[in-house]
Design a protein around this ligand. Structure first.
Ligand code: SF4
Ligand code: SF4
Length: 152
């Protein structure tokens, strides 16, 4: 949700549609920031609020973290039929982001049609996130936590 940006003078409507329909991809630094914001370890933040999703690159799974949806079991890897549009982000409350001060890069970089009049654009999407996590020691730690032994 791009609640603060007003690129063409239009304010965010706080309709929450973005956070109901788009995964907000996180960079590894976002998890560290979120953990600090919540006052807990990165492992605890992951287990309580996040999941690992993936993109397929040349047939291989490339993982990245993002918020769980309401109804998900946080702290795991999404199943293959996971779609964000089934259920809102776990951090969405009254159409606002509850972790505004620690909003992940995917949420901050989202450029919204309703505000700009131009087609929705994700500055930091799944692929960018998977690339960022692929270089991260933190991903190996999360995969160990969920019981997956390697980055496949
Ligand atoms: S869809 Fe657009 S207008 Fe609605 S909450 Fe998200 S950024 Fe704001
Ligand atoms: S973390 Fe915040 S900005 Fe990202 S999807 Fe959830 S409610 Fe929206």
């Amino acid at each position: 949700m791009e609640s603060e940006r007003r690129p063409h003078g239009k304010s965010c409507l706080r309709c929450g549609i973005c956070c109901l329909t788009h995964p907000c991809a996180m960079a590894p630094e976002d998890l560290m920031k979120l953990a600090r914001f919540l006052g807990m370890s990165t492992a605890e933040a992951f287990k309580r609020y996040l999941i690992l999703d993936y993109v397929l690159v040349s047939g291989q799974k490339r993982y990245y973290a993002c918020p769980a949806r309401v109804g998900d079991q946080p702290g795991g890897i999404v199943s293959s039929d996971w779609t964000f549009s089934d259920s809102p982000c776990i951090f969405l409350s009254d159409n606002s982001c509850k972790i505004e001060q620690a909003k992940p890069r995917g949420g901050k970089s989202f450029s919204c049609f309703l505000m700009t009049g131009k087609r929705n654009r994700l500055g930091f999407g799944k692929r960018g996130a998977a690339e960022a996590w692929g270089r991260s020691q933190l991903l190996r730690e999360l995969l160990r936590l969920v019981g997956a032994c390697e980055v496949s």
